[in-house]
Write a protein that binds this ligand. Structure first.
Ligand code: SF4
Length: 504
């Protein structure tokens, strides 16, 4: 693991501005020489917290004069924002990084790597040793160090640029003042806290992101308000465990620090907002106050993602989750009676070390009772540096795969049954954009976070002649970020098919 978080070195706000200015001078001279702005490309792996960090990195790059590039190969700066939660993301990162090697022969881009993997010595050393064409590495959530990293790289000897290791550096100051470049202007990701204190025995996050740190209540509200003023219809509040928001402040003596319930209520009352979402909730910290807010505030999403992980109390203890199946099911009952039709989704891990058939059956029993509307299901994969990695037994994998198949089949039935309940109903959908596979299909999300596809064209690509039918309402002015009404015509396991109807 990397150095203790207390031993980090810091960049002040004044230094941040000074390094921004150095890079801005460089981009200005680049534009003078070439007639074009230098370009950047960011490849992001992992969770929405990483998406948010990439938005900040992009905002900083834009402010320094860079513009988005079409591909890594065609860009002047390439950044990788890494994730260490699952082995799959590690491997994909190394694959993408390796694929940049051939272009090192010619005019090479400046390459930087940041994110959770760069908080682990094993990956830091692997990058430095095997991919020595990487110019700099930063830790997780280190957007404020980016201008320093780029200025140091530009000032270093161009013929032989060793990887500059800035993984022990952090920036001082609140993210509210940083520029943000949002890929989806109608959706604002807002970090409310970083780090985690829970130390689930399978999870690397507390080691890579450090301990819980809540952002200031006022700054979160201000950032959310500003995002809505600029057109955001959806706010997504982010934290590893949003339900413990403010606990660190209370531990440090600020006894009246606001809770997550208060924060969620305040944000849900911002005029112009359609929905506020939040993730992730930990069952041990889900309070009655929060359930009250979920039940009363109509702009709070009609959905909660509440990771169960396992239905076996023995496994939950070994995972260090600090709740049992009875507590979890009690929460499910409270939530379902607090808000009519609320969708409850979850995470499940199959094959945690020494999981027995009885443990697995206990998980199925909880699933039967909870009737999850959807679930993210994972085969346990050991993460070096976590306690559970030492308990891993590869010889069990065949039986674990059988269990996984059985669990996925059951959940698929539940997901389909849940989606089927919406057939024939008119629901509102926040339009995200065109489907990737078909330009004549739009996709969006319901208030309870279900994916909906329906025929239509975005305003920018719409022509009347192509779309004149008496049977289907022609969506003359559909844009990304519009809220439209659709009639659900058919349901699948993962999405709903619909047609748009005239808004009142
Ligand atoms: S709550 Fe557990 S699983 Fe979630 S980030 Fe913290 S340690 Fe990891």
């Amino acid at each position: 693991m990397k150095a203790n978080f207390d031993e980090k070195r810091y960049i002040s706000e004044r230094e941040f501005d000074a390094h921004m200015a150095i890079v801005k001078d460089w981009t200005n001279s680049f534009i003078r020489d070439t007639g074009e702005a230098p370009t950047y490309y960011i490849r992001t792996f992992g969770c929405q917290q990483n998406d948010r960090d990439s938005e900040l990195a992009a905002g900083i790059l834009e402010k320094m004069g860079f513009r988005p590039g079409a591909s890594p190969e065609a860009s002047d700066v390439v950044l990788f924002n890494t994730c260490s939660v699952r082995a799959n993301a590690d491997n994909r990162f190394y694959g993408h990084l390796g694929s940049l090697k051939p272009i090192q022969k010619g005019e090479r881009p400046l390459i930087g790597v940041f994110g959770c993997m760069m908080e682990q010595d094993i990956h830091v050393n692997a990058v430095k040793r095997t991919f020595n064409y990487v110019d700099f590495i930063l830790g997780a959530g280190a957007a404020r160090v980016l201008p320093y990293a780029i200025s140091q790289t530009l000032l270093s000897d161009g013929a032989k640029r060793n990887t500059i290791d800035l993984t022990d550096w952090r920036g001082l100051g609140d993210d509210t003042s940083l520029p943000v470049w949002r890929a989806d202007p109608h959706r604002a990701l807002v970090t409310i806290m970083t780090g985690c204190n829970n130390f689930c025995s399978y999870c690397i996050v507390p080691y890579t992101r450090g301990r819980e740190q809540s952002r200031s209540y006022e700054m979160i509200v201000e950032e959310s308000r500003r995002a809505v003023e600029r057109g955001a219809k959806e706010i997504m509040l982010l934290g590893q465990n949003v339900n413990s928001y403010g606990n660190d402040l209370r531990r440090r003596g600020k006894v009246d620090a606001p809770t997550f319930a208060k924060l969620l209520r305040e944000i849900s009352r911002i005029e112009g907002l359609w929905v506020v979402r939040y993730m992730t909730s930990h069952p041990k910290d889900l309070s009655d106050d929060l359930i009250e807010v979920i039940s009363r505030e109509s702009r709070v999403e009609s959905h909660i993602h509440l990771p169960l992980q396992s239905g076996s109390d023995r496994v939950l203890r070994r995972m260090n989750r600090r709740y049992d199946s009875a507590h979890y099911l009690d929460l499910v009952r409270k939530l379902r009676s607090a808000r009519d039709g609320i969708a409850i989704t979850t995470d499940l891990i199959v094959g945690f070390p020494e999981e027995t058939e009885e443990d697995f059956e206990a998980t199925l029993r909880v699933m039967e009772e909870a009737q999850f509307d959807a679930a993210f299901t994972f085969l346990y994969s050991p993460r070096v540096g976590t306690p559970a990695a030492d308990w891993y037994d590869e010889s069990q994998q065949e039986i674990v795969r059988e269990r996984f198949k059985c669990l996925v089949e059951y959940q698929n039935e539940c997901s389909l049954a849940s989606n089927k309940k919406l057939e024939g109903q008119v629901v509102e959908v926040l339009v995200d954009g065109m489907s990737r596979r078909d330009e004549t299909i739009l996709s969006g999300r319901t208030h309870d976070d279900r994916l909906v596809n329906f025929p239509g064209l975005l305003m920018s690509s719409f022509t009347c002649q192509e779309w004149s039918s008496n049977e289907v309402f022609v969506p003359h002015e559909v844009n990304r970020g519009d809220v439209v009404q659709v009639l659900i015509e058919s349901a699948g396991m993962y999405s709903l098919e619909a047609r748009q109807i005239q808004n009142d």
